[in-house]
Design a binder for this molecule. Structure first.
Ligand code: CS2
Length: 540
């Protein structure tokens, strides 16, 4: 049985397999959404389909909402094509730490639009959604790199440059151009208020989103391509808000084991696909049980009552602290440490790494000794308890098929976000040079970029926009050779001193030489990564 609208009528089939079905009339939901859309979401990846769409599913099921979500994709068109094959339905599999799997059909995506193709129909649909006065929020899961306008702060991507020059009436090529042009459509249609909500894992995510959109609009204004009143509207928080948020749910790429389990159950068409952009999707999403979402309560046109689905609404300061706690200390830095060392040591599962004594000790001490002392207390969550749950329940969950390779993707974008603040805090206290484990993570990442694992075998690092640049920079240092301190310094200094990579200049923080030394020993020969890890854990 394939996952489709018509097959959902065969309720017995799904119920017999423990798969929960929507309790509402999907057709009525789609019509209500068409009449008066409330929520558009950009970024149709696994986190959206497996978590965010599930929140609206709960509201629909309980009757607290009548509309679904309108999903838009600008990066990976194939996801939308695949979603359409299943009538935009998704099977959510929650993998609990006790081994049980809770399965549910998520049917809350009402329509989907993919930009960047030949046809203008999807763009026209999006314009219509944005013009609707009923629209309350536009949310985003576009990953850390989605908020960048260029490879560095003084350069622009060609697509962004094109959009800045061409203005909002042209065919937009970048996400920033598309979203800003859509906002202008709303302004021209009467300018009903709207919230633009980033649900990505980066500090001050709302500020990043506003910076991206305001910059595009200001460039248009400077060229006479957009109205001053439009820019004023966009910058008036009573009209357009950019709430900050903290989102947390480990959502691995769909696993072949889950696909096989569903196939064995008679659910057909659950194949996993890799798109040209490197995205891995399937008609199902596997995710963990634990989930946190805190959102700044700033919605000038109202919002769905998501608190009824467990979302915490709070003041900006509280949300910012919750986000900092998670992204900069209690979860994501540990994830990145496990990602790079896992790839180097030949692991293919995070839970397996948590059974590797060296890695478990490393990541536990990283969290407790270097992260927790600088963790902020948001009030709504308690850092010590949060960290404990991460280390003892979430990361070791043997049923969650999460991989170091997934988390290692885009590490260049994650490093400054995940380690920059902590490094800056220690540096401002004058004690950064006492750090032992963070420098090891940084050296481990550079060692990872060499593309040879600890057994001496070549491997392909996960996709990362800076991979070619970083690998070219490291090319003079090959694996398996001994280098003099000056040789290593010459190659690493431009990287380690770059605040765009680490949030601080690591030499100024007193850590540059230590990272160089750790990198040198770990690159000298096979086995040196594990030995260094053990030695560092013993000696520190
Ligand atoms: C991970 C996150 O991909 C990554 O870098 O660290 O996606 C992580 O799973 C989420 O932040 C958990 O909330």
């Amino acid at each position: 049985m394939e996952l489709q609208d018509k097959t959902l009528q065969e309720r017995d089939f799904w119920v017999a397999r423990g798969i929960r079905l929507p309790a509402y009339d999907r057709q009525a939901m789609r019509e209500a959404t068409k009449r008066a859309p409330v929520w558009v979401h950009f970024g149709t990846g696994n986190l959206f389909r497996g978590y965010i769409a599930g929140l609206q599913e709960e509201l629909l099921d309980s009757g607290a909402a009548v509309c679904g979500i309108l999903a838009a994709e600008t990066y990976d068109r194939q996801t939308v094509e695949q979603m359409r094959e299943n009538d935009l339905l998704c099977l959510q599999a929650v993998l609990c730490a006790d081994g049980t799997v809770q399965k549910r059909v998520i049917a809350s995506v009402a329509e989907a639009a993919a930009l960047g193709g030949e046809s203008a129909a999807d763009w026209d649909a999006l314009c219509g959604w944005f013009r609707a006065p009923s629209l309350q929020l536009v949310s985003f899961t576009i990953t850390e790199k989605g908020y960048r306008l260029g490879p560095s702060s003084d350069e622009r991507f060609p697509t962004v440059e094109h959009d800045m020059q061409a203005g909002p009436d042209a065919l937009m090529q970048s996400l920033s151009g598309q979203v800003t042009a859509l906002c202008r459509q709303r302004f021209l249609a009467g300018g009903a208020p709207l919230a633009l909500l980033s649900l990505d894992n980066c500090a001050e995510n709302g500020r990043r989103l506003s910076a991206m959109i305001w910059t595009m609009a200001e460039e248009w204004l400077a060229r006479g391509l957009a109205e001053e009143a439009f820019v004023r509207w966009l910058k008036d928080p009573g009209k357009v808000s950019f709430p900050w948020s903290m989102i947390d749910r480990i959502t691995p790429s769909p696993s072949p084991d889950m696909a096989a389990m569903l196939a064995a159950d008679g659910v057909d068409g659950m194949e996993i696909r890799r798109s040209a952009q490197g995205g891995v999707t399937a008609p199902f999403v596997n995710t963990e049980e634990c989930a946190y979402l805190a959102i700044e309560d700033a919605f000038p046109n109202g919002r769905p009552p998501l608190e009824r689905a467990g979302v915490v609404f709070a003041a900006r300061e509280v949300v910012a602290k919750a986000e900092t706690m998670k992204v900069c200390t209690c979860l994501n830095p540990l994830h990145t440490a496990l990602a790079v060392f896992g790839c180097l040591l030949g692991h293919t599962r995070i839970a397996q790494e948590m059974r590797d004594d060296d890695l478990r000790d490393f990541v536990t001490r990283l969290g407790r000794e270097e992260m927790l002392p600088v963790a902020v207390h948001p009030g709504v969550f308690e850092p010590e308890a949060f960290l404990k749950e991460v280390l003892t329940r979430r990361l070791p969950n043997a049923f969650l098929p999460d991989t170091p390779q997934r988390i290692a993707a885009d590490t260049s974008q994650k490093m400054p976000v995940r380690f920059g603040r902590t490094l800056a805090v220690y540096a401002s206290r004058g004690s950064a040079q006492e750090l032992r484990l963070i420098p090891l993570v940084i050296a481990g990442w550079l060692r990872y970029l060499v593309g040879v694992d600890d057994a001496g075998k070549m491997f392909a690092p996960s996709p990362d926009p800076l991979l070619p640049v970083l690998q070219a920079a490291l090319a003079p240092l090959s694996f398996g050779r001994q280098y003099r301190v000056e040789q290593v310094h010459e190659v690493l200094a431009p990287l380690l001193s770059d605040p765009a990579l680490f949030g601080v200049d690591l030499y100024a923080a007193g850590l540059g030489e230590r990272v160089e030394a750790l990198f040198t020993v770990m690159t000298a020969r096979p086995g040196a990564v594990r030995e260094t890890l053990r030695r560092e854990m013993r000696e520190n």
